[in-house]
Unconditional design. Structure first.
Length: 290
């Protein structure tokens, strides 16, 4: 079964839309989709068959339609965030076709950080509402935490240790991991506080995926070693211990610095969608999947 994991990255998330359009447009059947932060938003809209609408929304969205700086400085002592994200909450509530989610042929997994219990939690298709997606994308300080039941939640990327594990447990044999950070490291020194913040966000958003990918690679190698030693195939096919192919999709060029996480614009979104579509097609061709 094919699966996709979509990472976080704020306004860079338009890149994931292009990737999804290419993967699904190439006739690749996606059985499972996971995501965190903006990846959770895109995952739900993909599962509800709203990719074309999603592309259109991204190309119309502006920063102020997603969040606005708080101006009520007289209430500063009670602030839980620097912005008001009512616009994002309203879009998620009203524009996602939630009735389709339960009937979707894709299984969906999104994560959020339980701020109360200090742990990551994964939510699956039947329990996901717009508030779960809002919680998964609640970047600390920028957006307010979201209450679900008795607990408060923030962005799932801040506690995500095994992002691919739910997809593997659900039966994925091939996982496309979509990054919103460049493949090559930046060797130049940080150029200031904002540069450090940008690089720290990139570490948070991508390191868990890279770590999980490395662990899967080690497991695949161990399976090959056991097969070479004559262990029976039926033993190796046991679900928790089987080979999984992981295919990474990285932006083919740098997506920008810290402002690229926060600033939404029509022109920028269109550019990222086109880049994501081209990069995904190149990966499919390289792996001879089209």
């Amino acid at each position: 079964m094919n699966a996709i994991f979509l990472s976080g990255g704020g306004a860079r998330g338009a890149y994931e839309v292009g990737v999804l359009k290419s993967l699904m447009g190439a006739g690749l059947k996606i059985d499972i989709i996971g995501g965190t932060s903006v990846g959770a938003v895109n995952a739900v809209l993909a599962a509800t068959d709203q990719i074309d609408e999603l592309s259109d929304v991204w190309q119309k969205v502006s920063t102020l339609s997603v969040y606005r700086p708080r101006l009520d400085v007289w209430n500063l002592g009670s602030w839980l965030s620097l912005t008001d994200n009512t616009g994002l909450a309203k879009r998620l509530r009203d524009e996602v076709r939630w009735s389709r989610l339960a009937r979707s042929p894709m299984r969906v997994f999104i994560s959020a950080t339980n701020l109360t219990l200090r742990q990551n939690e994964v939510f699956s298709t039947s329990e996901i509402t717009y508030r779960h997606v809002l919680a998964s994308s609640a970047i600390p300080l920028l957006f307010p935490p979201v209450r679900l039941g008795r607990y408060w939640y923030i962005d799932g990327a801040f506690s995500l240790l095994r992002p691919l594990k739910p997809l593997i447990k659900a039966g994925a044999d091939r996982i496309f991991t979509v990054y919103l950070t460049p493949r090559r490291p930046r060797l130049d020194p940080p150029g200031g506080l904002f540069e450090i913040a940008d690089r720290a966000l990139e570490v948070i958003m991508s390191s868990a995926i890279a770590g999980d990918r490395a662990q899967i690679f080690d497991t695949n190698q161990e399976i090959d070693r056991l097969a070479d030693a004559g262990i029976a195939d039926e033993v190796l096919r046991h679900k928790p211990f089987r080979k999984v192919e992981v295919i990474s999709i990285h932006p083919s060029r740098d997506l920008g610095r810290v402002g690229s996480w926060l600033v939404f614009s029509k022109e920028r979104s269109r550019e990222l969608i086109e880049l994501g579509a081209a990069d995904a097609l190149a990966v499919l061709e390289r792996h001879e999947l089209i």
